[in-house]
Design a protein around this ligand. Structure first.
Ligand SMILES: Nc1ncnc2c1ncn2[C@@H]1O[C@H](COP(=O)(O)OP(=O)(O)O)[C@@H](O)[C@H]1O
Ligand SMILES: [Mg+2]
Length: 511
């Protein structure tokens, strides 16, 4: 989207109030003043510190009284009310005043008046904070972060500025240029400028690493997302052959070649299933399998303490993830954030469902190559809209591993602890651990190691078997829950493991 085009359309169509969400006042002002020039409009900017610049000429010729009896924000609106047509009023940081019912009332009156006039009020703020009363009168515009060509222009400017500086590398190859710009995506122009300056001071050259570090800081500051190191591999996950195959088929799907072939980037998957069976483990492995950076979304944190802020948080998280794209966005235990929307106390139900709606719309419409991988243990907590077609590419169900899969998991965890797996009868271990989840198998391995260590010898088959026999798996205690989950998942989801291998119900396999 080209923001200047969008703004021009809104102005021409006499939208009375436009709310622009952005941190970048300078960039927005520049775009606005270009649009104003095209449309032959006079732009007035207002800030609480400077008042209206330039002041509005009253129809009688005089300037507004210097000692207005009104508070600044209301005076600004009064000036807009009296101003002639062909004007634009840019009100900076005005979101703070939208809590005042008088301001809201005046804006609503103004909206009616401006609908028939070539006159627009623009509210510019880094956060969206719109009272419901104004929702119908205000159009919200998310000002996009700088595009590749804008970043490129800033970079070229910086290169020009340092040309000939002694002790500084003042040339870059076209490839370095491309890498720098790629790394800078997601930064504002000001952030980019400062990080370039910092790189010159610290490294005497423009260094991609410095930019990436800065970006990490920004992501951390947003509080909702964190870069997650890609430290696990698909090979660390036992079983789930169908899910792995699905992922494998999409290995190159984020490449330009796939775009040219006419493929859309995969949207995302939801992995549902029994606790401890490797859902989170698999999610973590996807990013490294595809060689993409991974961001973890803290679902619980989205619902910040301040009402209204949570919606903003969600938008911010979405924006940041798109700026890092192509990437994997991991939302673990989705039900913790979006669950129980209906039952979540009257006071915040409104906020929750708005945040939820923002998220759903994004999932439905997103075109940026952000692969969302969500996990959930409890479907009953998830709102049904989430599961509707079009949100996720697929919903996979991860069941308890069957005997073959369990053998594979024993092997993975023995190997992880540097044991020679040929010394163990893996098949027997798989058979003896009916109803065990992957997590429980891992615990049994660790338990066996403890026992052997205490006895001052290495772990052996008998240790592991005895661990398996002495612990009662969760699936026995939670049999009803699991049966329920299976019954629900059967017709609605795709199995993560080949049906032939899929574990029969605990009961039929149980001794
Ligand atoms: N299928 C599996 N293959 C290998 N290890 C597993 C598997 N399932 C679980 N584990 C082990 O148990 C740990 C916890 O599993 P986790 O992925 O958190 O389960 P879930 O998210 O499904 O509750 C994993 O880190 C891993 O060590
Ligand atoms: Mg998990």
């Amino acid at each position: 989207m080209d923001p200047s085009h969008e703004i021009e359309v809104l102005f021409r169509a006499k939208y009375p109030i436009v709310y622009i969400v952005s941190w970048e006042e300078r960039r927005v002002e520049k775009v606005l003043s270009t649009v104003c020039k095209t449309l032959n409009r006079t732009m007035h900017s207002w800030t609480v510190t400077q008042g209206m610049v330039p002041p509005v000429q009253r129809p009688g010729g005089g300037s507004p009284p210097s000692q207005s009896v009104l508070p600044g924000e209301l005076e600004a609106l009064a000036q807009a009310h009296e101003a002639p047509e062909y004007t634009v009023f840019l009100l900076k940081d005005f979101h703070a005043y939208l809590k005042d019912y008088r301001v809201v009332r005046v804006l609503r009156d103004l909206a009616v008046r401006l609908r028939s006039r070539a006159q627009t009020i623009v509210i510019l703020s880094p956060t969206l904070n719109l009272p419901v009363e104004l929702e119908k009168d205000v159009s919200v515009l998310d000002f996009p972060l700088p595009a590749v060509d804008e970043l490129g222009a800033t970079l070229d400017q910086a290169m020009k500025a340092i040309a000939g500086t002694p002790g500084v590398e003042d040339t870059i190859t076209p490839q370095q240029r491309e890498e720098l710009i790629q790394a800078a995506q997601g930064l504002t122009l000001e952030e980019f400028e400062s990080v370039l300056a910092r790189s010159l001071v610290e490294r005497k050259k423009l260094d991609v690493e410095v930019i990436l570090y800065e970006k990490e800081q920004i992501i951390r500051k947003s509080g909702l997302l964190e870069y997650y190191p890609a430290d696990s591999k698909l090979a660390d996950v036992g079983g789930m052959d169908l899910l792995k195959q699905w992922l494998d088929e999409r290995n190159a799907s984020f490449s330009d070649k796939a775009r040219a072939f006419g493929l859309p980037s995969p949207k995302g998957i939801l992995i549902l299933g029994v606790q401890g069976c490797g859902k989170s483990l698999l999610a973590k492995a996807v990013a490294s399998h595809w060689n993409l950076p991974m961001l973890r979304l803290d679902v619980g944190r989205i619902f910040g303490s301040l009402v209204g802020q949570s919606e903003e948080n969600m938008r911010k998280a979405i924006g940041v993830s798109e700026s890092v794209a192509p990437c994997v966005l991991w939302a673990d235990e989705l039900e913790k954030g979006f669950g129980g929307l209906g039952s979540s106390g009257v006071s915040d139900a409104g906020t929750s469902s708005r945040v939820f709606a923002t998220f759903l719309t994004w999932m439905q419409e997103k075109t940026a190559p952000v692969f969302l991988i969500a996990t959930a243990n409890d479907v009953s907590q998830l709102p049904p809209e989430m599961l509707r077609k079009g949100r996720f590419d697929e919903i996979f169900f991860v069941d308890l591993p069957d005997a073959t899969e369990r053998a594979e998991i024993w092997k993975i965890h023995l190997k992880k602890r540097n044991r020679d797996t040929k010394k163990f009868d893996l098949k027997a271990l798989g058979k003896e651990s009916i109803g065990f989840s992957g997590a429980e198998i891992e615990q049994a391995v660790v338990g066996g190691l403890y026992k052997a260590f205490a006895a001052n010898r290495d772990v052996n088959q008998a240790d592991l078997i005895s661990q398996a026999h002495t612990s009662v798996p969760l699936s026995v205690m939670m049999k009803e829950d699991i049966d329920h989950l299976r019954a629900w998942a059967g017709p609605r989801t795709r199995p993560a493991s080949r049906p032939a291998a899929a574990s029969p119900a605990v009961k039929s396999e149980a001794p």
